[in-house]
Design a protein around this ligand. Structure first.
Ligand code: ADP
Ligand code: 5GP
Length: 178
């Protein structure tokens, strides 16, 4: 089973994805590749950080289930190799989710939002994003929400972090029972 966690920048997707795999031993979080430089203080395991050249070589070598260009950087999901008995968790943007769908793969789509745009901006600034990036990520959110609706996403507001993780856990359990 594949679960896609998506949402605008800064709403807390990465934080939530990490907490979900800590909580559920049977969830396996795919580590994406990116040509983006690591942020100050960013965990070095957040991505496989590579140069744009290396990323393009990997595209040519058919290394990715999907990849997308986002704000001038490449992001891609290597073909997932989850251990037996594990479901795959992908934290990717909505373009990536569309590509996964185009592969004919069925997935649960969870779209996370911050309570307000102000909260989102505050979270982005809090992790060191500049004002241009903050505005871009907020504007991008409008388009992303529409695509997510089209993909039948379940929308979750990340107000209290623990509650959001619990809510998504319940959504995953319900999807597994289907
Ligand atoms: P994303 O992966 O969606 O871009 P991050 O996981 O990097 O977002 O989170 C952005 C910032 O918001 C981080 O500093 C994180 O600690 C913080 N954050 C995440 N969830 C919450 C929350 N519920 N309340 C307040 N801050 C949060
Ligand atoms: P960030 O630079 O904030 O880490 O990520 C920017 C965007 O790229 C986010 O929407 C994030 O979900 C998305 N992203 C991260 N990894 C992947 C990936 O492997 N594929 C795709 N398509 N998007 C990704």
């Amino acid at each position: 089973m594949v679960i896609v966690v998506s949402g605008p920048g800064g709403v807390g997707k990465g934080t939530i994805a990490e907490l979900l795999v800590e909580k559920h031993n049977d969830l396996w979080l795919s580590r994406s590749w990116t040509s983006r430089a690591p942020r100050k203080g960013e965990n070095e395991d957040s991505y496989v950080f590579v140069s744009a050249e290396m990323f393009k070589e990997a595209i040519d070598g058919d290394s990715f289930l999907e990849w997308a260009e986002f704000h001038g950087n490449f992001y891609g999901t290597p073909w997932p190799v989850a251990p037996d008995g594990h479901d795959v968790l992908l934290e990717i943007d909505v373009q990536g989710a569309l590509s996964v769908q185009a592969h004919g793969i069925d997935f649960l789509m969870v779209f996370i939002d911050a309570p307000t745009k102000e909260d989102q901006a505050e979270r982005l600034r809090g992790r060191g994003d500049g004002e241009d990036e903050v505005h871009r990520r907020i504007a991008e959110g409008e388009r992303e929400r529409k695509v997510a609706s089209g993909l039948g996403a379940v929308f979750v507001t990340n107000d209290n972090l623990g509650n959001a993780v619990d809510e998504i856990s319940a959504i995953i359990s319900a999807y597994r029972r289907k």
